[in-house]
Ligand binder design. Structure first.
Ligand code: CU1
Ligand code: CU1
Length: 287
């Protein structure tokens, strides 16, 4: 049993140890295996392949397991390290300590959007993108989107609206699902209905490497997803009788059958069921 802390509460030493463990995973090649895995499971609902990770009810449990695997890898380097969370409703400016030189570094520069500060700046020699979706070898960020299409971070009110939804997810169980906690947090926009929301808008606000299938190339990915994981826990506490949905296999004629994962459907690549990931209280807690 260990604790995941709010990143704003980390001491200088804790930040240093976390950064050190991440850099060691990168050096050994294991970090890029995590990025490749995420790319492999970046399946959209326009495809007919199974999609355990995105645009799908198992968005929360799949990423919970993915974070646990990463955290386990970090702990093989430094047993005292855990993944902190970033509450982007609160630490919501480029001046937040998260982006300081002693932690994740800051925004990308104008032009090529290359991150020039902090331990993950290319010139530091420890962070070369090998599993990206562009040819660039450097980490890129573009806080706030383009001037022509600015992006803001989600507010506490927007998160609260999602937390109030008493239903976990609903048909058609994909990116155009209009009600339910899952897509309110995952945040796929629907033309004419609503804009890009919570989780997805954070990816867009950071921009650059965080924008696509290889988003774990930016280490802030883990802190973002730890907060998303915490929001799932908060939703469960707010709705103790609510269930993960779908809680049984879909009907034979349902177009999503074989493509999404019900409560007891084993998810690749770990063969773990959402039902096995509903409760993290025996493993870690959020403080
Ligand atoms: Cu993801
Ligand atoms: Cu994400």
């Amino acid at each position: 049993m260990y604790s995941r802390k709010n990143q704003r509460d980390l001491t200088r030493t804790e930040k240093k140890r976390l950064v050190g463990a991440i850099l060691e995973l990168k050096r050994s090649g294991r970090y890029d295996e995590f990025v490749s895995l995420h790319r492999q499971y970046y399946v959209t609902d326009a495809e007919s392949r199974p999609r355990p990770a995105h645009m799908t009810p198992s968005f929360f449990p799949w990423h919970r397991r993915y974070l646990l695997e990463f955290e386990k890898a970090l702990q093989t380097v430094d047993a005292g390290v855990t993944v902190p969370y970033w509450d982007w409703t609160r630490d919501n400016t480029p001046a937040a300590s998260l982006w300081a030189d002693d932690f994740l570094g800051g925004d990308g520069r104008a032009g090529d959007r290359q991150v020039m500060t902090g331990p993950f700046a290319y010139a530091e020699g420890n962070w070369s993108i090998r599993a990206g979706i562009t040819e660039d070898r450097f980490l890129r960020r573009a806080f706030g989107g383009r001037p022509s299409a600015p992006v803001t971070l989600p507010t506490e009110a927007e998160v609260d609206r999602a937390l109030k939804d008493p239903v976990y997810d609903s048909a058609p169980w994909n990116s155009v699902t209009t009600t339910g906690f899952r897509n309110r947090i995952e945040g796929w926009g629907i033309r004419g209905v609503r804009g890009v929301g919570n989780h997805n808008r954070v990816h867009r606000w950071i921009g650059g490497s965080m924008g696509g299938a290889a988003s774990p190339d930016d280490p802030v990915f883990w802190l973002h997803h730890a907060y998303v994981d915490l929001l799932w826990t908060r939703w469960q506490k707010a709705h103790p009788r609510a269930r993960y949905l779908p809680d049984r296999g879909l009907a034979g004629d349902d177009p999503q059958r074989g493509r999404i994962f019900a409560l007891d459907d084993p998810m690749p690549p770990w063969d773990v069921k959402p039902s096995q990931l509903l409760d993290h209280s025996g493993l870690y807690r959020y403080v």
